[in-house]
Design a binder for this molecule. Structure first.
Ligand SMILES: [Zn+2]
Length: 85
């Protein structure tokens, strides 16, 4: 597998966020704040906007590239990470 990382747990508002499971591009379309979070993360990895757009569109709940959705228990923001970004 390419870009596999250890499992991560996202935090927000100085607390651990609630885990909401695996998501793909379709699910992320309903949580634009999580999508934006992923986009910022991939931009931080040095990806171009075109690369991250392409990557975000390939995300699928069933894999091979999956994102994991979290929700802050304090402010309700959605966050996400993916295997490669
Ligand atoms: Zn928060």
């Amino acid at each position: 597998m390419v870009g596999w990382q250890q499992e991560q747990w996202l935090h927000h508002c100085r607390d651990a966020a609630e885990f909401h499971g695996a998501v793909g591009a379709n699910e992320l379309a309903t949580t634009p704040d999580a999508l934006e979070h992923l986009r910022l993360t991939s931009a931080g990895s040095g990806w171009s906007a075109g690369d991250s757009d392409w990557y975000l569109r390939t995300l699928s709940k069933a894999g091979p590239v999956t994102a994991y959705l979290f929700r802050c228990r304090h402010c309700g923001s959605h966050l996400a990470y993916s295997d490669s970004a």
